[in-house]
Design a protein around this ligand. Structure first.
Ligand SMILES: [Zn+2]
Ligand SMILES: [Zn+2]
Length: 445
């Protein structure tokens, strides 16, 4: 029986947008959580319903859950007994969470008798209740239809991250870290990727996937590209951390480095492995030990759930640990008591604090702590728009912004806004902000 992990790890709203800034739904639906929160998936659920009223309920139904509380418990591995009968059912239910009319937002339950939602035959990603709805929507949809075709393939192929087919093992770096400025520099160091991708293409898990997905198998060229996009999303986080180390001039060959990943979510921690950041050893061969501590209220249990190091770790190894809780709590509980090393760098992937008041409030103590302790910090964003709003918030806090812009190691996998598919897809870690300490003019001398 397939477990629910793959379903639960789906990011229901990767791209927050100010237009999604919500008032909780007027219906005061009882299955929704309290909005004064720090969980990003919770905020995602609100965003879903803001665009397609009732969609969050559909997702919960497909998971046999009554409310957000059960969802959260399942994400945290506390709910038992939820699993699908077989892979067909799992893939089908996931697909059903995308079933609403992109034109008028109608869910299957709201259709007239005998009416069914029809999928766009080009992208196999979005649905329409009538030809008329499709026709009216085409001027918007045609801008993203090609891209959404890729997204629809990726969301199925992503399953191979759970079967262990992905990520692919990577090669030692033949160039120095200073020479590898972007993916085009990184890729040639991997030798011939195609035979390794082909091994996955002919594997049993790939066969199982397309036997059970409710669509035809794409051709091999499409699947290879999809595997690469998924691999790039995984590596984007690691290479972004390495890039952040360089931006702040941290040299791990001269001393051990401690990096905290603040606001780590279920996305990074569900099924996380102790080897997930090993690419840093390829990046900085001969380093004195790199420690990664994932900290966040959404951290879920996995093999990396172990105490952080209080002294130096093993040389030329990356040591990952995790702490479930807000960053400032982690700081008070462990860093101040010297049970965890002080960070040389704090990285936050998509903190999303621009998205709503609850998230800003959750992040505020952390941001002030980073500022007042003058800790080098590097946060990533999904889009230029998110970058702009995040910069505003940081500037209001009088942070000293060192640098910001587009990330050369952005994920290559487009992310669709589930409840708003015609919105231009975004990319994980596509933009970044480097900041440290107070704005110089506000420093007390
Ligand atoms: Zn419609
Ligand atoms: Zn389409």
């Amino acid at each position: 029986k397939p477990p629910t992990h793959f379903f639960l790890k789906m990011d229901f709203c990767p791209a927050f947008h100010p237009s999604l800034l919500l008032p909780p739904p007027s219906s005061r639906a009882t299955h929704l959580p309290n909005p004064s929160i720090v969980f990003s998936d919770q905020s995602g659920f609100y965003s879903l319903d803001a665009n397609v009223p009732g969609l969050s309920k559909v997702i919960l139904n497909k998971l046999n859950m009554k409310d957000y509380g059960q969802y959260r418990a399942a994400v945290e591995g506390k709910a038992k007994g939820i699993s699908f009968r077989n892979y067909k059912e799992m893939f089908q239910r996931i697909e059903e969470t995308f079933k609403f009319c992109t034109g008028c937002n109608k869910l299957p339950d709201h259709l007239a008798e005998g009416q069914t939602l029809k999928r766009c035959v080009k992208c196999l990603n979005v649905y329409y209740c009538t030809k008329d709805c499709q026709k009216k929507d085409w001027p918007q949809h045609k801008k993203v239809c090609k891209m959404l075709r890729l997204v629809a393939i990726d969301r199925l192929v992503e399953w191979l991250m759970f079967t262990g087919d992905l990520p692919l093992p990577t090669e030692k770096w033949s160039k120095s870290v200073a020479e590898v400025k972007n993916w085009d520099d990184w890729l040639p160091m991997q030798g011939d990727l195609w035979p390794r991708l082909d091994a996955i293409l002919s594997g049993t898990n790939m066969a199982t996937l397309w036997k059970n997905a409710s669509r035809a198998r794409p051709d091999d060229a499409d699947l290879r590209q999809s595997l690469w996009r998924l691999q790039s999303e995984f590596l984007s986080r690691v290479l972004t951390v390495g890039m952040a180390m360089q931006r702040f001039g941290l040299d791990p060959s001269s001393k051990p480095i401690t990096i905290h990943l603040a606001g780590a979510s279920h996305n990074e921690t569900m099924g996380a492995r102790l080897t997930d950041y090993d690419e840093l050893t390829h990046m900085f061969p001969g380093h004195q030990g790199i420690e990664i501590v994932m900290v966040g209220p959404e951290v879920v249990d996995s093999s990396i759930m172990r105490p952080p190091l209080s002294a130096f770790g093993p040389k030329q190894r990356v040591y990952i640990s995790a702490y479930k809780g807000l960053y400032h709590q982690f700081w008070e509980e462990l860093v101040e008591k010297e049970e965890a090393a002080k960070p040389d760098l704090v990285v936050g992937f998509h903190p999303g604090f621009h998205a709503n008041q609850g998230l800003v409030e959750g992040w505020l103590p952390t941001l002030l702590l980073l500022r007042d302790y003058n800790i080098p910090a590097f946060f990533s964003m999904y889009s230029e728009m998110e970058l702009k709003y995040s910069l505003q918030i940081l500037l209001e806090l009088e942070m000293h912004i060192r640098d910001s812009g587009s990330n050369p190691f952005t994920s290559q996998k487009p992310e669709q806004v589930q409840a708003c598919p015609n919105k231009t897809p975004v990319y994980c870690n596509s933009h970044y902000i480097c900041f440290q300490g107070l704005l110089p003019c506000n420093r007390i001398r």
